[in-house]
Every structure is written in C-alpha cells, then in structure tokens.
Write a protein that binds this ligand. Sequence first.
Ligand code: PMP
Length: 449
Amino acid sequence: MTSKTSPLANAARQRLLQRVEAMQDAASIGMSDRVTAELKSIDFSTLSGYDELRFYRSLGQKFGVESPYFRMHEGLAGSHTQIAGKALLNFSSYDYLGLNGHPEIVAAAKAAIDRYGVSASASRHVAGERPVHRALEQALADHYGVADSLIFVSGYATNLGVIGHILGPKDLVIYDSLAHNSVVMGGVLSGAARRSFPHNDLDSLDRMLASIRGHFERTLIVVEGLYSMDGDYPDLPRLIEIKSRHSAWLMVDEAHALGVLGKRGYGSAEYFGIDPQQVDIWMGTLSKTLAGCGGYIAGCHELVEYLRLTVGVFVYSVAMPPVIAASALKALEIMHREPQRVTKLQQNGATFRSLALNRGLDIGNGAGTAICPIIIADSAPAVVLSQRLLERGINVQPVTHPAVPAKASRLRFFLTAMHADAEMAAAIEATAEELGQVRDRMRALGPLL
Ligand code: PMP
C-alpha cells in the first residue's frame, strides 16, 4: 500500500511541529506568563471539566471498573441484547413497545429506501420533500388532535432550536429543575431570562410566576410528560390552569410519555383526560417508542407554519431521511393498532415497582411507569453496581452526578413491553444482592469514594 500525504496534511503537520517546538522552547527558557496563557488557550485539555474526566478515568482504572458508557451492542438492543459475545437482559433501551425490528417497520423502511434512497440530502425548503414527511406530520397532528405538526432530524435539536427561536431577550422561560438539557440549552440560546422550579413543585411555579411574570413579554413553561430520570410526571391539569392564569405558553416534552402514558399510550393528555389543544406546544421524539430518530412539534396552525418557514434548525438543516419518516409512521400505526403493547408495558412498570419495594430498594420518585430509578446515592457504587450486574448478565446504566443531584446517583431501569415477569424479578434480586456487597466494599475503601 502506498502512503500519499496531501498538501493539507503537510500543512497541518507543519503547524503541529511549530507548536511542539514553541512548547519545547518555552519550557527550556522558562515561560513567561503570557506564553503560558497563550499555550493554555489552545490546549484542549484545559477545557472545562476535562480534569474531572481524567480523574474519573484514573479512578476507574485503579479499581478495575470499566466505563459503563459506550457499551457495544452487537445486534438489536431491546429487552435482550448482546455485548462482547454475551447474551444479556437489557434495561437500557427506550424501545418501550418493542417496535424496533418489527417486520412491518423493517419492510416500510426497506420500501422507502428502494424508492428514495437513504438521504434527503438537503433542507425541505430548497430540495423539496417526500410524501412520507407530510404523511408522518399529518399522523402526529391527528394523534394529538391538533392542527399540524413539524418533524426535525433530532429531538435534542428540536428543543434547542425551537425554544431558542420563539423566545428572545424580553421573555422568560421557566422549566422544571429536572428538564432535559436540550430545554435548558434552548433557553440559553434564546437569550430569555431563565428560571427553574423544584421538581414537580407547581406551588413554587405559581409563586414564581406571580412575582416575576409581569416583567416579561412572553413566558414559556416547559415540563416533561414523563421525567426520564425519576419516572414520574407532572400534574398536567394544574399546569394548564396555572399557565392560563399567568398568560404563559405551556410546552410539554413527550419524549418518554408517548407510548407509555395513557390507556392507549397516547401520552400525557390521554393519561389526564384533557383536551390536547389546551397545551400550546407538544414536543416529542421519534427515537424512543417510535423506533426512529428525530423530533416533532405539534400544535396550532400558526405555530407550525411559523416554525416551518422560520426556525433555523428546520429551514437550514437537512430533511429527515425518508426511511426514518416511513418507519416512524409505521411504528405509530402499529402502536395505535396494538394497544395491548401499552397495557403490558404499564403492567411491567407496576410489577417492577412493587418487586423493588418488596426487596427494600429505594425507587425515589418512581411512579410505577416504564422508567424506574434505583437510588444508590453516591456515584462510584452506582457505577460499580452496574458493572457487577453486567457480569451477572444484566445491562442497566448508572446515572451519576452532575446528570442528577449529588447523592442521588442511581441505576435507571427502562422497561419495555417485551420484558417478562421472571426477567424483572431476576433483575431486582440480582440488584438487591449486589448492592449490599458493593456498599460493604465501598465502606471499607473509605471516604475517597
Ligand atoms: N427530551 C427528552 C426529555 C429526552 O429524554 C431526550 C433524549 N433522551 C430528548 C429530548 C432528545 O431526544 P433525542 O435523543 O431523540 O434527540
């Protein structure tokens, strides 16, 4: 094999050499403060949080604990999976209704590929759309009983881009303290004033609005239909009453509520029996129950039209690959057609919760939904416990500080409609056994952890 070096690579190599030489010179002659500061300013390892990453990596190496992240799944990861050649019970899949890999969805995806290829290659504005884009938007609008909807290539970017776009410096965004990072960052992008209220504390939200709402033009309240860290949900009827009284918009992120809450899995509105039109902005993702990828906004005609024509994250970004739109559309159809999947998932949530409580585990705010936290408190034991369970054939992810408050690190079990009762019982038994041992070992290691 011949190795050719492009002019670009040569130039980059030259720059690197110069930088290394500058560093060596500075080190040998004793660097001035200015040179030190300059070198630091171009050194990526001085970026915020990098030291902490290194610290945790070395701690893990010292105690022989592997990183629980980026585990490599070798096939479809649903209620079961395979990692490093080993078959495992899986509690780290958001495929709540077990639709990923469903033959009808696979067939719809293949048909879309045959017809459109795999990419839409550019924005719908400039390069046009495909019938599956509009069909999915119509189906989502019908699902919520609202006028229209718009799909985006990423759920994260949907929150970021939409919140960042509809609010400005004269406005206020106020969200639950457990709201997803994409909501928080959307607020940052908007330039609006930002406040958070304690998790699910709607009295506090009401009081905050009473004292500050008057200082702002528009106010957006953002909550999740089902919280992905705690597995609990807000009191939606009360939120609607509060937002109406304070003339605010209410946005509900249904990423984890779709397919999970409500008798037929329609989400928060169905669960609480409210008219979906009372919520100003429904947001959701296609990546979980709908076995796809991307986000959506559903609401009134004016909102969706405005976004379709102006929001940068849609206007200046590639259209959703038709194959994804086609598979999410089929997944939504199957969810509507087979409500027994939702029933089984809800039974699993209740079963898992009572199994955990009977075994004396702390499930925090877990409300018996498809997400059940097992609170461990400190981060290190949560990570070690996850590894011990992996060795026992159970894949479950730890969530540690800062993703959750300090002393609230946990294992987070995601249930699917495909988990059997015996599998959930085995997981709880193994967790309780291993947790006792891990805690004893951690106590012996002392206060460092
Ligand atoms: N909102 C919530 C509540 C989420 O949990 C997530 C991701 N898990 C997102 C938005 C982002 O969605 P996606 O991963 O589909 O980009």
